[in-house]
Design a protein around this ligand. Structure first.
Ligand code: SF4
Length: 310
């Protein structure tokens, strides 16, 4: 363990802290984290930990969600500028205006949204449970009387609509990393190079990419799927940070990114030095105003309930 790792271990004990990291983080962050997971797994972990401090190595909306779920804990983000461009593609004002256009709107908010958007929503979802969340709205209700509004990711929305068969209205947002860099021509080229490999892609990719995949799944599900599968070669269509975890956990398997260009610059803002800095100085505390938190909590809680039902 290097010097920073040793210092972090000491500080974690002194301050009763845990370090949570998203799968898209740099390898150096994977190696010092207490838990590495996708958005849903990290949200669940944030509710389960009994530490006083959570250092959240990810982007702002993730730290905000942890703070909404655990308002009595101090949630620190190592870089206050690590935001999510997709989350910024819709404002609370825009969502209010959009809702006003419908008679019976039901808003499903991808967890990649600000607390203010969650506060205006009926239920949240992550990429791993979005289909079940939308199906839960439909169960026992006459869908013809409801207008499901899905924010902000049009790609995840169209995947959910196709998989569930439930008609939704999509906000026109997207993840620049998945939408702009993971392209069908790259998938076709790498499939030619590795014809026996299984193609796994994230539902934030464009529909043309999704239609070329063998399986569409969230990053957390991807990690579990690969471990259980006997296939040796995989083509991976998501942010390249996942490759470190996949290779570390499955040294006998081969992973080929659709493209090395798929890197989220915001996720990569978090470095070891910044993690140490926030824990030493207890700075970059992420908190949510109480009125927003009260309204944002129920949609997140409903999502977690659906996740716990499998
Ligand atoms: S990978 Fe995309 S959705 Fe995830 S934080 Fe980066 S920009 Fe946002």
């Amino acid at each position: 363990m290097n010097e920073i790792g040793e210092k972090l271990n000491k500080l974690k004990k002194e301050k009763n802290a845990i370090i949570l990291a998203h799968i898209y983080q740099l390898p150096e962050i994977h190696d010092i984290a207490d838990f590495v997971g996708d958005s849903l797994e990290l949200s669940i972990k944030a509710t389960q930990t009994d530490t006083d401090v959570i250092v959240f190595c990810g982007v702002h909306f993730m730290a905000e969600t942890a703070s909404i779920l655990s308002p009595n804990k101090k949630v620190l983000i190592p870089d206050a500028q690590a935001g999510c461009p997709m989350a910024d593609m819709i404002t609370a004002e825009q969502l209010k205006n959009w809702k006003a256009e419908y008679k019976n709107p039901v808003v499903v908010a991808y967890v990649n949204t600000s607390a203010a958007i969650k506060a205006e929503s009926d239920i949240c979802c992550t990429s791993s449970n979005a289909v079940n969340v939308v199906k839960s709205i439909a169960s026992g209700k006459n869908l013809r009387n409801l207008d499901i509004l899905f924010v902000p990711d049009r790609n995840l929305g169209s995947y959910v609509q196709k998989t569930s068969g439930i008609k939704m209205n999509m906000w026109n947002g997207f993840c620049p990393t998945h939408n702009n860099f993971i392209l069908p021509e790259y998938v076709l080229k790498i499939k030619e190079e590795h014809p026996s490999a299984e193609v796994l892609v994230h539902p934030e990719c464009r529909p043309e990419v999704v239609s070329l995949a063998d399986h569409v799944m969230s990053t957390g599900v991807m990690c579990r799927y690969v471990q259980k599968n006997f296939v040796k070669d995989f083509i991976i269509g998501t942010e390249t940070g996942i490759l470190y975890k996949l290779s570390k956990d499955n040294s006998d398997k081969n992973f080929y990114p659709v493209t090395n260009l798929a890197q989220c610059p915001n996720m990569k803002k978090i470095t070891l030095t910044k993690v140490l800095d926030v824990l030493v100085n207890m700075k970059n505390i992420v908190s949510v105003p109480d009125d927003i938190r009260q309204k944002a909590y129920p949609p997140i809680y409903k999502m977690l309930q659906i996740a716990s039902q499998g």
